[in-house]
Each structure stands twice: as C-alpha cells, then as structure tokens.
Design a protein around this ligand. Structure first.
Ligand code: KIV
Length: 274
C-alpha cells in the first residue's frame, strides 16, 4: 500500500501546531459545489448542523438528524481534498453518554471519511470528549453560545458576560484538557475570548467572539448573503448572492413570459454555446 499522496489534507495536529500563528480560515459547507469553492482557501470546512436552518428551512438546529449529517458530510468530502472536514454531531446523537457519542462519531467518520467531529458543550462534555479521543475520534469542541441549547438560553444571546465569564472560561479549559484539538467560541465577549485564547494550548476559533482568537468560522450562507432569515451583527456580508440570484430568476421569468427561449443552435453574445 502506498501511503504517499500528492495532496494531504490538513489534520487536527496541523491545526494544534498553528496555535498562535497565522489565523485559521474556517467556513461551513454542506454540498459538493460549495466545498469545491472553499477548499483551496480554508483550513477547516465544517459541515455544521446549521445545515438544518440554512438548507432545510428548519426553525433551529434541533431537528437535524445523524442521517442528514452523514449525507452532507459525504457531499463535502467529495468536493474537497485539502481542508480538514469536521462534521457536527447533531442534537440527541451524543448527549446521553460517551458510548452513544462514540457510536454516532464512528458512523460519521466511517461513512463520510471526514477527519473529525464537533460537539457542543462545556465541562459536562469533557468525559465524553476524553472517551472519544482515547478511541481515535478527533473532537472539535464548541462552547459559549451553543445553538443546540437555544431553548435553555431563551434565544441566541451572547454568553459569558460579567461573572458568567468564569463559567465559559472553565468550560473551555475542561474541553481542551479532555483532548479537544480546537475550541469554537461562539458569541462570547471580546475580552473573555482573548483570555480563553491565551489560556489554551489548542486553537480557539471564534464566531462572533474576538479577533484575538486563533481563527474565525462563519456560516457560508450568511457571509454570501444567501441566508437572510436573520443576520447576526458580527457577520460581514462579502457578497449579496441572494439578491443577485433573485434578480436572475426574475430576468429569466421575464424572458420566458416574453417567449425569449431560443432553440438549440442559439449562442448568446457573452457565451461560447458549449
Ligand atoms: O453549525 C454550525 O454551522 C456551527 C458553526 C456556526 C460554528 O456550529
């Protein structure tokens, strides 16, 4: 068996080695074409359970299933060959104990070929993370605002203001101690994210956190202007693809209604007709 490959994917240890170095570029992707689009730029592609809200129209991430994560994980693996692909463990697939989490993680790694899983939760998840890592499953942790707990938080609110900062700091330490190779910090105050980043020997990846984090992740549909149900304040829109697509569909509808739909030999002036 040949072990050498022309292109090697980023690995969890590669990310740990980048701690404090050049910022980690991370984005979500859920489909093959989008994975192709982002692979060359990204260190990490996250197949997030945000897929439920962004692609499936669900009101939260709670309705996402393991089958959905496997399907989207497979699609993203087919569209990438460089970035580390991390797949979210969905709500209900890991919280009841380390064994349940291990079964779900094995299904994801085996059926998608992804390099790691991500799970939400702080200190109480540390035993599960240690169990997974000891059995060969690399884990990215996620603390602060953990969207699967939206009903406990009563909304998608900033976590860790004031005295509550100690709780988030302890959560981040606990998951890193347990063996997580990176920690997503979602919607925690700037100062706290900086302190946690300095505390940990593994990279922090911020989403609405601080520029002091070791990298940033955004939901791709948010930064491309494709998901417009709501717009987190911290998201910069790098394009307005939703508006551009709506205008294109309207132009198409105008053409069809005006019977401007040509035959097989027509070549539009700006196209080769290939
Ligand atoms: O599901 C997701 O997309 C995520 C990121 C927002 C971190 O967990």
């Amino acid at each position: 068996m040949s072990v050498g490959a022309a292109i090697r994917r980023v690995t969890p240890p590669d990310l740990v080695a980048r701690k404090g170095g050049a910022p980690l570029v991370c984005l979500t992707a859920y489909t093959t074409p989008v994975a192709r689009l982002v692979d060359a730029q990204c260190d990490v592609i996250l197949v997030g359970d945000s897929v439920g809200m962004v692609l499936h129209g669900l009101p939260s991430t709670l309705g996402v299933t393991l089958d959905m994560m496997v399907l989207h994980g497979q699609a993203v693996m087919r569209g990438s060959d460089r970035a580390l692909v991390v797949v979210d463990l969905p709500f209900g697939a890991y919280e009841s104990g380390p064994e349940q989490a291990f079964e779900a993680a094995v299904r994801i790694l085996r059926e998608t070929g992804a390099g790691a899983v991500k799970l939400e939760g702080g200190a109480y998840m540390a035993p599960t993370i240690a169990f997974l890592v000891a059995r060969g499953v690399p884990v990215m942790a996620h603390v602060g605002l953990t969207p699967q707990s939206v009903n406990v938080f009563g909304g998608y609110k900033v976590q860790g203001r004031g005295d509550d900062g100690d709780r988030i700091r302890a959560d981040a330490r606990a998951v890193a101690d347990a063996g997580a190779f990176a920690v997503v910090l979602e919607k925690v105050p700037d100062g706290l994210a900086s302190i946690i980043t300095a505390d940990l020997w593994v990279p922090t990846i911020g989403i609405g956190a601080s520029a002091d984090c070791d990298g940033q992740i955004l939901v791709i549909d948010d930064m491309l202007g494709l998901f417009t149900d709501f717009r987190p304040r911290f998201v910069r829109r790098y394009a307005e693809l939703g508006a551009a697509a709506a205008a294109a569909v309207a132009a198409y509808a105008d053409d069809v209604r005006a019977r401007r739909f040509p035959g097989p030999d027509h070549v539009f002036p700006d196209e080769t007709g290939a």
